[in-house]
Design a protein around this ligand. Structure first.
Ligand code: PDD
Length: 282
């Protein structure tokens, strides 16, 4: 089933107007929520970020966030989702094409589930990443539907045989094309501060909390490309990639080119959080 505004409908019944502003302008926001063993992971945090994104683009959702949270849980149950994701987006709705906000359009909410296995092999072995200039806009803190900068960066990485693109503005590393970046330098984890240049990842925040619990020093401070390449360990974090080790950047090994001990400890703690969520639902 698909959630379209406040109705659960079959996939074939879910249609979008060709003049929907999400389709024409990317005028909307979205969330990707992980589901483990039928239980949504960090759902309230995703919903709080969604509410913030909506406020920042002055978009009124069709109904309140509490009701939406209930409907997302219902969608997971209706679709009997085990391990997977919920994709959810809200657009400014359909109206004759004009850049300014239309007066009579109603926002359109759609959400669906998708089965997705955890990337266990990559989590074990690590991935390779590719550095590329961050060409995105200056409000990366909003989870906007406009993803062209991220799409182009990711494809460039894939074309080079890498699983993720790490973005930099000039010398400064910002984040991944669809993830946040942490570099272990001199025994301290560094990650870009949560300002307009990055998306404040829900996984990023969860990992920062874990670092605190494990007494691993962490600083929300940007690093340079040069520092990143000299890091002892490197990870990218996201809803779907979890705590993903990066073992090489543009062909240069990070550390000794294998997954480091600090990363393994973080992964173990993250696994424990996942297990807790999945157990709660069973
Ligand atoms: N992307 N930075 C960017 C640019 C992202 O697109 C994402 C996530 C993140 C990590 O955020 P979180 O930990 O909340 O997933 C950081 C999602 C997963 C996507 O677009 O598929």
């Amino acid at each position: 089933m698909i959630l379209v505004n406040d109705r659960f409908v079959e996939r074939t019944e879910a249609t979008v107007d060709i003049e929907d502003r999400g389709y024409q302008f990317g005028d909307g926001v979205y969330e990707v929520i992980r589901v483990y063993g039928g239980a949504p992971f960090l759902l309230d945090e995703h919903m709080a970020r969604l509410a913030r994104s909506l406020r920042e683009i002055r978009l009124e959702p069709p109904y309140g966030i509490d009701e939406l949270t209930d409907k997302i849980r219902r969608l997971i149950t209706l679709n009997a989702l085990g391990d997977g994701i919920v994709y959810l987006q809200i657009t400014r709705g359909a109206s004759p094409r004009t850049h300014g906000f239309p007066k009579n359009a109603h926002s359109v909410l759609t959400a669906y589930t998708q089965t997705l296995d955890r990337p266990l092999q990559a989590l074990q072995e690590g991935i390779r990443a590719h550095l590329t200039e961050d060409i995105r806009w200056l409000r990366c803190d909003i989870k906007s539907l406009n993803l062209l900068g991220s799409v182009l960066a990711k494809q460039e990485a894939l074309d080079k045989g890498c699983a993720e693109a790490i973005l930099h503005r000039g010398k400064t590393v910002t984040e991944g094309s669809a993830s946040n970046v942490f570099a272990l330098i001199g025994g301290v984890w560094f990650t870009h501060p949560a300002n307009h240049l990055i998306l404040d990842g829900i996984t990023r925040r969860s990992v920062l909390r874990i670092m605190q619990e494990l007494d691993m020093p962490a600083k929300e401070e940007a690093v340079t490309v040069e520092q990143l390449l000299a890091a002892e360990e490197l990870i990218v974090t996201s809803t779907t990639q979890e705590v993903m080790p990066v073992v090489a950047v543009d062909g240069r090994p990070i550390g000794d080119g294998s997954v480091g001990p600090w990363t393994r400890r973080l992964q173990e703690a993250f696994e424990a959080a996942i297990r807790e969520t999945a157990n709660r639902s069973s």
